[in-house]
Design a protein around this ligand. Structure first.
Ligand SMILES: Nc1ncnc2c1ncn2[C@@H]1O[C@H](COP(=O)(O)OP(=O)(O)O)[C@@H](O)[C@H]1O
Ligand SMILES: [Mg+2]
Length: 308
């Protein structure tokens, strides 16, 4: 049987470059060499492409390399990766790829638009206000808030502000990551995530972190994931229904992760990730492992979904 030639793209020109590299390296290493021939490509922090040997590739040459592959795994988180741009490039070049297309990527990367869509589907989100560099200084303090960029990831630029004196710095920090930012009410609840893979929902996962789930907590190793999350069956059902309806409404493909707060009044959606962390110990592989789907079986499913 001839092997499937799979391009694995990692890196990306945003603050999650290193996280994407780790995901892509783990994915490439987990693909069964008897079944897959892996071609690695990296997008640098400056947006330029490199081949597996680290040599620079012009964009046209990168596309030529991609067109020799049967399928692409674009394992790039964040802006100019997960936001539909990379999917758009692959669409235009007519190359099959795993994961969501342009529209779901762009919609889910925008936390403000995600709120509008979720609320329309009857899924609660944190009340938030959209601000820009022009309007941020006019924001009047009414109490503790979470300040975040509209489009970023890995908690970059996200600050929990309890003291009004800390607000200006938090606004400035969020504006470093995006020209639109959100100021949200602080939600109190367990952080519970769930994934959907082509119609199948995963077990739930609770992030047990001390306080805020920031970049350090995410990648510093101090955070515990509990799978399945210790929540009531009715709460699990509510998360499954909400995640599935969002997956369908956005028009996702492949795998997407839906991050919620489980509060006393039910689930509150925090965000949707159309290219979630993908190392072997990241959330999505851990969720599916608990359902008996190994990391490599999960990658097989992603590839089959892309080629279906
Ligand atoms: N409205 C909120 N209330 C309470 N905590 C929040 C809120 N928004 C974000 N957080 C905390 O900040 C973390 C990162 O925010 P999030 O919006 O998920 O950004 P990212 O896309 O960078 O992961 C969340 O995992 C959560 O711990
Ligand atoms: Mg998050």
């Amino acid at each position: 049987m001839s092997r499937t030639k799979v391009a694995v793209i990692g890196g990306g020109s945003n603050g999650e470059h290193d996280v994407s590299l780790a995901s892509a390296a783990a994915v490439a290493a987990a693909l069964d060499p008897e079944r897959y021939q892996v071609v690695g490509l990296t997008i640098g922090r400056d947006g330029t492409w490199q081949d597996s040997g680290g040599d620079p590739l012009g964009l046209a040459d990168a596309i030529t390399t991609l067109t020799t592959c049967d399928v692409v795994l674009p394992i790039v988180h964040g802006p100019r990766g997960e936001d539909g741009t990379l999917a758009g490039l692959l669409e235009m070049a007519g190359i099959p790829y795993a994961g969501s297309g342009v529209r779901p990527g762009a919609l889910a990367m925008d936390k403000w638009v995600t709120k509008l869509i979720a609320e329309d589907l009857g899924i609660r989100t944190a009340k938030g206000r959209l601000l820009t560099a022009g309007t941020a200084s006019g924001y009047a303090w009414t109490g503790p808030v979470v300040v975040k960029p509209v489009s970023a990831g890995s908690s970059l630029g996200v600050t929990l502000v309890r003291d009004p004196g800390d607000l200006p710095a938090a606004l400035t920090e969020a504006l470093r990551h995006d020209d639109r930012i959100l100021v949200e009410e602080v939600i109190t609840g367990r952080e519970v995530d769930i994934a959907v893979l082509a119609g199948t929902v995963s077990p739930t996962l609770e992030i047990v972190a001390e306080g805020f789930f920031d970049y350090r907590a995410k990648y510093g190793g101090g955070t515990v994931f509990q799978v399945p999350a210790p929540i009531d069956p009715s709460e699990v059902k509510a998360l499954e229904t909400a995640a599935t309806s969002l997956y369908e409404a956005l028009g996702c493909r492949g795998v997407a992760r839906f991050d919620f707060f489980v509060t006393e009044d039910g689930p509150v959606l925090n965000e949707v990730n159309t290219m979630p962390g993908f190392t072997g110990h990241s959330q999505v592989p851990r969720m599916f492992a608990a359902a008996g789907i190994s990391y490599s079986a999960l990658l097989d499913a992603l590839i089959s979904d892309a080629l279906a």
